[in-house]
Design a protein around this ligand. Structure first.
Ligand code: XMP
Length: 522
């Protein structure tokens, strides 16, 4: 670690990497470490500041992750968030209590405190931030009593200590999440911490990351061969381009068509690769085997796991074929990004869903994994894509999940349900394009909730499928808000799907944000 950076201490929260990228966005170097390494690394690396992150624990649990009190005596500024703040309060003699109701989502924050007599302007962390603003909360436990020498600097209707600080020792605690976009002043607050409190300098760039990774891959791979699974999405394309820059034609790409792509997608993706990227790409049609493995399977996690495992089998078979031809594959490159890692429950964070490329390699597959984007978010991946000179069409494609339509088709995946999804999705895309919304809405698609409802068409009773429309705005896929598509556009989409897609008689619109929902339905 460069000594002028920030240490982010991981307690297993969903947004820890998000904090790291917020720091990097300000061109300040940062590293994430496990909480057990905190004290030792603070002593050896002497960072300019430390951020303790949120986590799923409660300070009252047996074996709850705790830091030694000494961490707070080293003279290094500490910003503690969520569980991190509760743990800091607990260790320093404050009291944490449990509330029945909890606070989740957007909440009004009142900065400055009548109790402590402190105003917004006296807190360095809140400099330039309005006295009343919205913040993002996600907690049940809360700080009930402050440790000695701490003052409360903000509160909400249900949370007496939304933030606290000991300005002399430069220790700060926040119950809310400054790192998510739903806390509009969050970036300002983090900037106050890294620049005003910690006095960091802006000497780190994304370009450094890209070049460092390419050099790292080149050194690791040497003159061995790499196989890369391409899906047509930005993550795998950027990952392939990065490996290509590092090892040239020692990279062999495989595009697996699992039969659950959108209409015409396989051809379009192959065309993009041949026209826009100089890669060797082999297309493997594996649709029959994927669909037969999914027969009768309804559980979302089981579906995801089957698809992940089947991908690995296809890669293993392709590697074996190449090896029989004298081309030994030593590495498998994947476009795994940070949300895939964190939501799959790798490490201490809670599992949400198994992302398809997080399935481990089988033991008889003697390849090492290369995941150059593992620490990045979607928009950072796009920034790397720009630096690599990747085509705009590939960089700005809407995210499409590796398991494809299988996770938009609730219940068993059947050819007929896939047909409904494909046909309705085309209509949605056409209408969004016509309305000029295709560039401004981050991701949109149709889902089939596997329920039927009664309707009336042509004077006859019908009992047909319900199709859902999901359209969201997001920056990185970690959180999202539902897109406010104008009613007349929704109306046209609804009419067209019901009239043009056989087997559908009702359309619903998903108006939930993430959290509490996720973007995909499975
Ligand atoms: P969720 O549903 O987790 O989705 O809120 C966040 C973003 O990730 C995409 N997604 C995936 N992408 N493999 C992928 O490559 C997966 O298994 C996967 N699951 C979800 C989703 O489309 C959204 O953009």
């Amino acid at each position: 670690m460069k000594y002028n950076g920030i240490l982010v201490v991981d307690f297993g929260g969903q947004y820890n990497q998000l904090i790291a990228r917020r720091i990097r966005e300000n061109n300040v170097y940062c590293e994430i470490i496990h909480y057990t390494q905190c004290l030792e690394q603070m002593k050896t690396k002497k960072p300019l500041g430390v951020i303790l992150t949120d986590g799923p624990s409660s300070v009252y649990w047996d074996n709850a992750p705790m830091l030694d009190e000494e961490v707070f005596d080293l003279g290094i500024p500490v910003l503690a968030i969520g569980y991190g703040a509760q743990m800091m309060a607990h260790v320093l003699g404050g009291k944490v209590s449990k509330s029945e109701k909890g606070e989740n989502g957007r909440v009004k924050l009142i900065a400055g405190s009548s109790k402590s007599g402190l105003t917004v302007h006296t807190s360095q962390l809140f400099e330039g931030i309005a006295a009343e603003s919205m913040c993002w909360m996600s907690h049940y436990d809360f700080i009930d009593q402050l440790p000695d020498d701490f003052v409360e600097t903000s509160h909400t209707a249900n949370c007496p200590v939304a933030s606290m600080e000991n300005p002399d020792q430069r220790l700060f605690g926040l119950q809310f999440h400054p790192e998510v976009h739903h806390t509009p002043f969050g970036q300002k607050l983090l900037k106050n911490f890294i620049f005003k409190v910690c006095q960091c300098e802006t000497d780190w760039k994304m370009a450094d990351f890209t070049q460092e990774k390419i050099d790292e891959i080149r050194e690791l791979v040497g003159d061995r061969k790499v196989m890369c699974g391409l899906s047509g999405g930005v993550d795998s394309s950027v990952s392939a381009e990065m490996v290509h820059k590092a090892v040239g034609d020692n990279l062999i790409c495989i595009f697996v068509d699992h039969g659950m792509m959108r209409k015409g997608e396989g051809d379009r993706v192959m065309d993009l690769y041949s026209r826009k990227m100089n890669l060797i790409v082999k297309r493997v049609d594996a649709s029959k085997r994927f669909l037969s493995k999914l027969k009768g399977v309804t559980d979302p996690e089981e579906k995801r796991k089957i698809i992940g495992v089947e991908f690995m089998h296809v890669f293993a078979e392709e590697a074996k074929k190449l090896s029989d031809e004298g081309c030994e594959i030593a590495f498998l490159a994947q476009g795994t990004t940070y949300p895939d890692v964190v939501e799959s429950g790798i490490g201490p964070a809670a599992m949400v869903k198994t992302h398809h490329n997080l399935v481990r390699l089988p033991e008889d597959m003697p390849m090492e994994l290369l995941e150059p984007l593992r620490m990045l978010f979607k928009d950072e991946v796009r920034a790397v894509g720009e630096q690599l000179g990747l085509d705009q069409e590939l960089i700005w494609r809407q995210p499409f999940p590796g398991p494809g339509l299988a996770i938009r088709c609730l219940g068993e995946v059947t050819e007929d349900k896939l047909r409904i999804l494909r046909d309705s999705d085309v209509i949605l895309r056409e209408e969004m394009e016509k309305a000029g919304l295709n560039k401004s809405v981050w991701q949109y698609f149709t889902v089939l909730p596997d329920i039927k409802s009664v309707g009336l068409m042509g004077g006859e009773r019908t009992y047909e499928h319900v199709v859902g429309i999901r359209a969201v705005n997001s920056v990185d896929g970690m959180t999202s808000d539902w897109a406010r598509i104008p009613y007349d556009v929704l109306d046209m989409i609804s009419r067209r799907i019901v009239n043009e897609v056989a087997g559908v008689n009702r359309i619903i619109y998903d108006i939930t944000s993430k959290p509490p929902s996720t973007i995909e339905w499975e």
